[in-house]
Ligand binder design. Structure first.
Ligand code: ZN
Length: 386
């Protein structure tokens, strides 16, 4: 166990508390884990391709089920998924230990293992579905599979965004209608004022797993809802919760989810086009895997991973832009930044997040502007109105 240093309590000129050594260490560890996870995944797929284990896996699958294409693909994908999970499990467990080491987790090992199992089966089902559709299209539309694949992928993404709050998240977390009547009335009034057709405010029972706090706008259309974690409800007062909700309503008012889907549409179109090029290259130039040979799957995984890594800073910048827009909406609709700033400060402390990370860290890793920056911007906005 590392020794714990108490929060420094230092307050700089900006009025923002400097980060404790503990927060810096914790966030550095999280970054290293995510980079290690990525490198491990890329290395594994690289070896599977370079050593041509992928052909061995394909031959084994065909040996087991015979020439039935879909069944062989199922066996092959299962091998790949199990192998990947076996490699990442160590880091997953290490993350679990880190959360405990920094006193951020309330989760027992058994509950964590159950979550891991459910998570694996969920990604197993979705991955199997995805590869079956992709290779069915490659076989039936050798020229245009990537366009049809992209269109189906987008349809599926929208469907998932819609059903996730009612089908997927409840697999891992409990939700219930917010019980605080006064708060519910306040939040509902705010939502109506914002013209948001939000179907309910829910309490997200996060304290069963973690001490961290969170709030989000989830779902699309009929499943659109605001969720606030019980951990946030227990540390923030009503004004601060209202400030958090005002930010979430900002996302709604500016249609950020719809815009994100459109942006995602362009990126995945480019992604599927790159996949087509890669698959053709493996067949015609590398002369290793014909287009319909699913042994080329690790190549597709490598290409998709490379694209998402390269685009991550861009996507994060886009996300931070949206977050700043939602913040501005919150300050305007509240007419004050006081409760927003105190909520930010409490959340940063509760989540052990870095208020003032190095600029490169923010650019590469953060989907939200750092708390310190958000508070400074809020104070600057308030000062500009005086
Ligand atoms: Zn946000």
């Amino acid at each position: 166990m590392e020794t714990m240093t108490p929060p420094s309590g230092f307050t700089g000129d900006s009025g923002v508390s400097a980060d404790s050594a503990e927060a810096r260490r914790y966030n550095r560890l999280l970054r290293r884990i995510s980079v290690a996870d990525l490198v491990l995944g890329i290395a594994l797929m690289g070896v599977v391709l370079a050593a041509d284990w992928t052909s061995d896996f394909r031959n084994f699958a065909v040996h087991i089920v015979g020439d039935h294409h879909a069944a062989a693909l199922f066996v092959y994908t299962t091998i790949l998924l199990l192998l990947t999970k076996a490699f990442s499990l160590g880091l997953d467990y290490y993350s679990f230990l880190i959360e405990h080491r920094y006193h951020l987790s309330n989760q027992r090992l058994r509950s964590w293992a159950w979550d891991q199992t459910k998570g694996f089966f969920l990604s197993f089902l979705l991955s199997q579905l995805l590869v079956q559709v992709v290779y069915f299209l490659i076989r039936s539309q050798p020229q245009w599979w990537w366009v049809t694949g992209w269109a189906l992928f987008m349809l599926f993404s929208v469907l998932m965004a819609q059903i996730a709050p009612v089908l997927l998240f409840p697999l891992f977390f409990r939700f219930r209608a917010l019980e605080d009547d006064e708060l519910t009335a306040r939040l509902t009034r705010m939502s109506e004022k914002a013209g948001a057709k939000v179907r309910g405010v829910y309490e997200w029972m996060l304290s069963e797993k973690t001490k961290k706090a969170n709030a989000a706008l989830m779902g699309l259309g009929h499943t659109r809802r605001i969720v606030i974690s019980d951990t946030l409800l227990s540390t923030c007062n009503h004004d601060e919760i209202e400030a958090v909700l005002a930010h979430e309503l900002g996302h709604h008012v500016y249609r950020h989810m719809l815009k994100a889907i459109v942006v995602q549409g362009f990126i995945t179109f480019f992604g599927f086009w790159c996949l087509k090029l890669a698959v053709r290259w493996a067949a015609l130039d590398w002369k290793r895997y014909p287009q319909i040979d699913f042994a080329n799957l690790p190549l597709m995984i490598l290409v998709s991973t490379a694209i998402s890594v390269v685009l991550l800073p861009v996507m994060n910048a886009y996300s931070r832009f949206n977050e700043r827009q939602a913040d501005l909406y919150a300050w305007k609709s509240l007419g004050t930044v006081k409760s927003f700033c105190s909520a930010m400060e409490k959340l940063a402390a509760q989540n052990l997040s870095e208020s003032e990370p190095a600029r490169w860290v923010e650019v590469l890793f953060h989907s939200h502007p750092a708390t310190g920056r958000r508070m400074k911007d809020a104070l600057a906005w308030a000062a500009s109105r005086k």
